[in-house]
Write a protein that binds this ligand. Structure first.
Ligand SMILES: [Zn+2]
Length: 421
C-alpha cells in the first residue's frame, strides 16, 4: 500500500500557531521553561486538543504527559511518539513542539482511519510530552525521559533546583501536577520522535527527511571558583581572591586548550553565575557551565582532563579554590536499526529519499534508546541550521514531509510491522 497521503496541514498549523503564542514576545521568540506557568498553559491546551479527538490523558510523577489511544486493548503492546513542549529562554517555535504536535496530528489521523475500519491497530499509541527536555531551567536535560526510562531516579529529579532554588517538585505542583494521574502506559515496544535538525546537513544534501543513526556523546561539567568577598575599593590588590577573574581565565584557557588539541569537538561555556553579584564586592563565587561534545567518549575523557587542568591552573594563578560541582557524561546512542529500516520504508513509500545522519544534540529518543527502548529519530530541515534562537524555522513543505513520514511510520508500527524482513 502506498503511504503517500496529504494530511490536513491546516490541522497542524492551527494548533501549532496557537501554542506558539504561549510565552512568545515580539522579537524575543518563545520562553516556555519547564514547569513554568507558560508550560502549564501549553500542556493544558495540548491536552484539551487531544481529548477532543477521543484520547485519554495520563501523567506520571515527573509530569510526563501521555495521550493514550487504547485501540488494541489493555494487553496489547504500546508505541510512543512525541517530543517536548518546553523551550529554551528566547527559544524557537519548532524545537520539540513540532514533534509533539505532529505526533498528535498523526494520532488523530490514525484514530479516524481506525474508526472508519481502514486501519487495524494491533498496538496502542501514546503521544508523549516529556518534562524538561531542554535542561534550561533544571539540569540535567532530558529529565522526564530519563526518569521514565529508569536512568534518573524520580526523587533525584523532583529535588532538582532552578536558579531561584525552586524544586522541580514545587514547580510542577504550582501548575497542578502533584504525582501520577490516570493509568500511565508501560514501557513501549518502540518510540518515534520527529525533530528539527538544528544543523545544515539536510539543506546541503537537498533532502527533506533525515534518519538519525546515532548521536554524539556530551560531557557537561559545572565548575565553581571560590574566592573571597571584599570591598572593591579599599581592599589592597594583593589581598584579593577574585573568583570572576579566575572564571574568565578558566574560560579563555578552556577555549585555547580544546581548540588547539581537540579541534573537532564542539565546546562551550554558556552559563555564568556570579555571587554576590554586586558592583562593589570582589566576586566570592563564580560558577560556569561547560560542555564538550563529540562522537567518541575516549576523546571526551582526554579533553575533559585537559580542561580540568586548565581550570586548576586558573585557580592557582588567582589564589582561588576550584570545586567540581557536576561532571556528567552522556553516552552516544546508536539508534535502532530495525526501526531505521521501517522509517526508511515509510519515507520512500511517501516519496522521500531519506538521508542517514548523526545528531550532535541529545533528544528524548536518545534517553529511551540508551535505556533499551528501540527508538527512532526523524529529522526535518532547519533553515540556515538556526536553533535555540527566535529565528528558528522549518518551512511548511518540510513540516508536511515530516508529518507524512511520521504518520506513515506510526501506521506501520501500530499495525505490527516489527522487523526489517
Ligand atoms: Zn528539542
Amino acid at each position: 500500500m502506498h503511504d503517500a497521503r496529504t494530511l490536513p496541514a491546516s490541522k497542524f498549523a492551527a494548533i501549532f500557531d496557537e501554542i506558539s503564542t504561549i510565552g512568545a514576545r515580539p522579537s524575543e521568540g518563545v520562553t516556555r521553561l519547564a514547569a513554568s506557568a507558560e508550560d502549564g498553559v501549553a500542556r493544558g491546551l495540548f491536552a484539551a486538543w487531544m481529548e477532543q479527538g477521543g484520547a485519554r490523558i495520563a501523567l506520571d510523577a515527573i509530569g510526563n504527559q501521555f495521550v493514550c489511544f487504547d485501540w488494541a486493548g489493555t494487553d496489547a503492546p504500546w508505541i510512543f511518539a512525541g517530543s517536548h513542549l518546553d523551550t529554551q529562554p528566547r527559544g524557537g517555535r519548532f524545537d520539540g513542539t513540532l514533534g509533539v504536535l505532529a505526533a498528535g496530528c498523526a494520532a488523530l489521523d490514525l484514530s479516524e482511519q481506525a474508526s472508519a475500519g481502514r486501519l487495524k491497530p494491533t498496538r496502542n499509541l501514546a503521544v508523549v510530552n516529556w518534562t524538561n527536555e531542554e535542561g534550561a531551567r533544571y539540569q540535567p536535560s532530558l529529565t522526564g525521559s530519563a526518569v521514565f526510562s529508569g536512568a534518573l531516579p524520580l526523587d533525584d529529579a523532583l529535588t532538582l533546583r532552578d536558579g531561584a532554588a525552586i524544586s522541580l517538585k514545587d514547580a510542577l505542583a504550582a501548575i497542578g501536577i502533584n504525582g501520577e494521574k490516570g493509568t500511565v502506559p508501560p514501557s513501549p515496544k518502540a518510540y518515534v520522535e520527529l525533530h528539527v535538525e538544528q544543523g545544515r546537513k539536510l539543506l546541503e544534501a537537498g533532502r527533506s527527511i533525515g534518519i538519525v543513526e546515532g548521536t554524539w556523546a556530551a560531557r557537561k561539567t559545572t565548575v565553581r571558583w571560590i574566592g573571597r568577598a571584599a570591598h572593591t575599593g579599599p581592599t589592597p590588590m594583593v589581598d584579593r581572591r577574585d573568583a570572576l577573574l579566575a572564571a574568565a581565565q578558566g574560560i579563555a584557557a578552556f577555549e585555547d586548550v580544546i581548540a588547539a588539541n581537540f579541534p573537532l569537538l564542539h565546546r562551550s561555556a554558556a552559563r555564568l553565575v556570579v555571587e554576590p553579584n554586586s558592583p562593589n564586592v570582589v566576586v566570592d563565587r563564580a560558577t560556569v557551565w561547560f560542555e564538550l561534545r563529540g562522537p567518541d567518549v575516549a576523546e571526551l575523557d582526554v579533553a575533559g582532563q585537559a580542561a580540568l587542568a586548565a581550570f586548576e591552573k586558573s585557580a592557582a594563578d588567582t589564589g582561588t579554590q576550584l570545586e567540581i560541582v557536576a561532571d556528567a557524561l552522556r553516552n552516544p546512542a546508536t539508534m535502532d536499526g530495525q526501526l531505521m529500516t521501517i522509517v526508511g520504508r515509510a519515507a520512500r513509500s511517501s516519496g522521500f529519499e531519506p538521508l542517514t545522519m548523526r545528531s550532535v544534540a541529545g533528544h528524548d529518543a536518545v534517553a529511551l534508546q540508551n535505556s533499551g527502548v528501540p527508538s527512532a529519530l526523524i529529522f526535518v530541515p532547519s533553515v540556515d541550521g538556526i536553533a535555540h534562537h527566535p529565528d528558528e524555522l522549518t518551512l511548511p513543505d518540510d513540516v508536511q514531509a515530516g508529518l507524512t513520514v511520521l504518520t506513515a511510520t506510526l501506521r506501520r508500527l501500530i499495525e505490527g510491522e516489527s522487523h526489517a524482513g
